[in-house]
Design a protein around this ligand. Structure first.
Ligand code: FAD
Ligand code: MLT
Ligand code: ZN
Length: 484
């Protein structure tokens, strides 16, 4: 297919044969060894419908032991594999490039335990994020992360991509919240790092290697994670700003004025909000009077209904008086709050309705962050739609460029320019989506040669036959290596 044309299939990998199928059927339940074309087609296609592999086999293990047997076999047979969670990744990391065996964690979705004193949840990697959150809410807790893909993405996929999302500004990174992991290595070894302690300084903290390693070092099978208390008062406001400088002023003001109750600070430019409003059914602009250039969604989460609401109202009034905000609305009920969120979270869905969508996910110094959107608009000179939005509170810009179809012509106008620009600001070419297949060979824009070399050593040590998620992330530089 077109996107793999730049990388050849590594001929060192074996081709699947009928003995392999028989082996998998002897280890897994028969219905968990899937060769059905329709189901394979789903597993071969990524969320953006941009990356399409040609795997002939989807395996659905039910427990860690089965994952271990699959990997141990694939390793000895030199069969390449792709770990797959909810398949919502946006960089082509979760689908095969060629005929890699897809190992889906979907059948490993059990909640194992919840420590209700400390809020520590332990579960299998295939649990869907939204299901975990619903389970926790009943117990008085919430997940420390939330994202638009919550209905499909799995905690194992979140950990493997080190997903950021909408609550990051409040609860921070999965590197802080994940307390333990169980991981199966390429040769089938089960690595038990499933601690449930807040503090543990005994030796290297190996779990961090697997957080964000995009299936290149092992398959995550269990996760234990710190979950914050569910607080009773949640408020959401949508504010309009006239320029990008005002958005920055608003961020500073929110951190000071809303302080401990601030739980989200998301921004979108008018192009992004208009796109969402165009494509999402039954949603209208909550600020119909304003034709502002920027919109900011602020959420507060706290323990005191009346105080929190009063604080947010005073904040809105103050920022309006100061001229930082031109217009604003506080959601009056849950339905309105969910509409505000639907607009922000719906941008991804809306952007793929335009045809082709080139997605960039950059970390940049906040004062520089919108500059690249404006520059890109000038550069593309009306030949594509350019939208900017994202997690402003974390310095994370999402820049989407949409055209009717993918063409080399447009791509050469975007890349490598966008990566060079980001690198020049000492930004990151992936704030939260990862490198996947899309950026497999772009890591040097954000990491030093020495760091990449050391990563390569880890890769070779943990997956010496390079069976795990080849052609992606760190595996890419090695795909031409001779496999021993
Ligand atoms: P997949 O897409 O299946 O896999 C992602 C990567 O992880 C692949 O490389 C795969 O091989 C690997 N992997 C998956 N499971 C395992 C496992 N158990 N062990 C080892 N490797 C594994 N991301 C953000 O960070 N923030 C956002 O706000 C955000 N919003 C999104 C909104 C939408 C609508 C969509 C479609 C995506 C969004 N994403 C966001 C992208 C994000 O990366 C994923 O949604 C999520 O973290 C991936 O989880 P998944 O289970 O779908 O993993
Ligand atoms: C988001 O924040 O909406 C996402 O990371 C997904 C996207 O950019 O499409
Ligand atoms: Zn995001």
């Amino acid at each position: 297919h077109s996107f793999s044309s730049k990388i050849e299939r590594n001929p060192s990998y074996s081709l699947l044969n009928s003995d392999d199928i028989s082996y998998f059927k002897s280890v897994l339940e028969e219905k968990c060894v899937v060769q059905d074309e329709e189901r394979l087609s789903v597993a071969n296609t990524d969320w953006l419908r941009k990356y399409i592999g040609s795997s002939q086999l989807l395996l659905l293990p039910k427990n860690t032991d089965e994952v271990s047997k699959i990997l141990s076999y694939c390793n000895s047979r030199l069969l390449a594999v792709v770990p797959q969670g909810g398949n919502t990744g946006l960089v082509g990391g979760s689908v095969p490039v060629y005929d890699e065996v897809v190992i889906s964690l979907a059948n490993m979705d059990k909640i194992i335990s919840l420590d209700k004193v400390n809020g520590i949840l332990t579960c299998e990697a295939g649990c869907v994020l939204e299901n975990l959150n619903s389970f926790l809410e009943n117990e008085g807790f919430i997940m420390p992360l939330d994202l638009g893909a919550k209905g499909s993405c799995q905690i194992g996929g979140n950990v493997s991509t080190n997903a950021g999302g909408l609550r990051f500004v409040r609860y921070g990174s999965l590197h802080g919240n994940v307390l333990g992991l169980e991981v199966v290595l390429a040769n089938g070894t089960v690595l038990d790092m499933l601690g449930t302690l807040r503090k543990d300084n005994t030796g290297y903290d190996l779990k961090h290697l697997f957080i964000g390693s995009e299936g290149s070092l092992g398959i995550v099978t269990k996760v234990s994670i710190l979950t914050p208390a569910k607080l009773p008062s949640v408020n959401v406001a949508l504010l309009a700003c006239g320029d990008y400088l005002s958005c920055q002023k608003l961020l500073v003001a929110a951190k000071r004025g809303l302080g401990e109750i601030l739980s989200a600070f998301e921004f979108m430019d008018s192009h992004a909000i208009n796109l969402a409003l165009t494509h999402l059914e039954g949603v209208t602009n909550p600020l119909p009077q304003s034709e502002s250039k920027f919109y900011v969604l602020i959420e507060t989460t706290g323990s005191h209904e009346a105080n929190d609401k009063a604080k947010l109202e005073a904040f809105l009034l103050h920022t309006l008086e100061e001229g930082v905000v031109l217009d604003g609305a506080i959601a009056q009920d849950i339905s309105q709050a969910s509409t505000f969120w639907r607009i922000r979270e719906g941008i991804s869905e809306a952007s793929v309705k335009e045809g082709a969508c080139y997605k960039y996910d950059l970390s940049l110094p906040v004062e520089k962050l919108y500059g690249i959107v404006e520059e890109m608009r000038l550069r593309l000179d009306g030949t594509a739609k350019v939208i900017g939005y994202g997690h402003l509170g974390d310095g994370n810009l999402h820049l989407n460029i949409m055209t009717p179809e993918y063409t080399d012509n447009i791509l050469t106008k975007i890349e490598p320019f966008i990566y060079e620009w980001t690198s020049a600001q000492r930004g990151s070419i992936s704030a939260e989506h990862g490198l996947g297949f899309m950026k497999a060979d772009k890591i040097h824009y954000s990491k030093s040669a020495e760091a990449v070399k050391l990563m390569g050593s880890f890769k070779k040590m943990l997956d010496p036959k390079l069976i795990l998620n080849p052609y992606k992330e760190l595996a890419a530089p090695f795909f031409t290596d001779i496999i021993h």
